[in-house]
Design a binder for this molecule. Sequence first.
Ligand SMILES: [Zn+2]
Length: 264
Amino acid sequence: MSRAIELMIRMHSEKTPSMQRGRATLTGDVILGVLGKLQHEHPVGSDAMMWRWLNDMYAFERLQKKMEELIPEDAKRKDLCKHMITLALMVFAEKPLEPQQRKLTSLWKNHSEQARRSKRLMRTWQVQINVMEKQLDGDSAFKTAQLVAAIAKRKQWIVDERQRLEEYAKAQAKKSCQCPKCGGTGVTRVVDTCSGCGGSGGVTLKADGVRKHLRQAGISQVSDSVWSRELEGLFERVLMGLCREGDEVSMIFGVMLCLECSQS
Ligand SMILES: [Zn+2]
């Protein structure tokens, strides 16, 4: 079902001019009505769908609350269990975790339109600095002072630009797991496998990614026994549950929309 849901709603929203002749059979209202019905009959699955594909924060909070019911009464680290549920929700919606974000940041810093622009600017200023530095030995003290000031200015520009690129890359890396080098296709230059993502089109979470994320979040004192007894299983249960419910509801959603179409 994927992003199709979001695109479809946008396509049928009121502001969009209709591409069809006559009356559009599937309007935004109808789709919203179907979503409302789904929400009523399958709350978890429809929230899973809304969170994953529409970034719905209310759905995210409802799911968080619902999934916290899965935490066993006798769990020793309830705080960490809650954290694991949030992580499972992030992984389910393909939001990058810390280790993925670091890899994505470096990709954005090297393989994006912004990176190319920033690097071109920095290169130009560096060349200008080099030229001016060669002219510093002139006789005129006034001219030298002018050159020193111009060099200092460019050095600052370079620092600022590097900082700007860093911030841009970090912000982009939080948004999606898609590999910026190949734009999610997995290939560069016609047939070469993309070296940024290894051909998968995105920066995926490695097996130990969740633990690494916890470690980077400053939660390092998780013993192996707590991890295997309480956290690992909970994470898997939540993630599997979300996938199952989300898929099921996506299918029902499709069927209901087809029915709406055939009725009108
Ligand atoms: Zn790639």
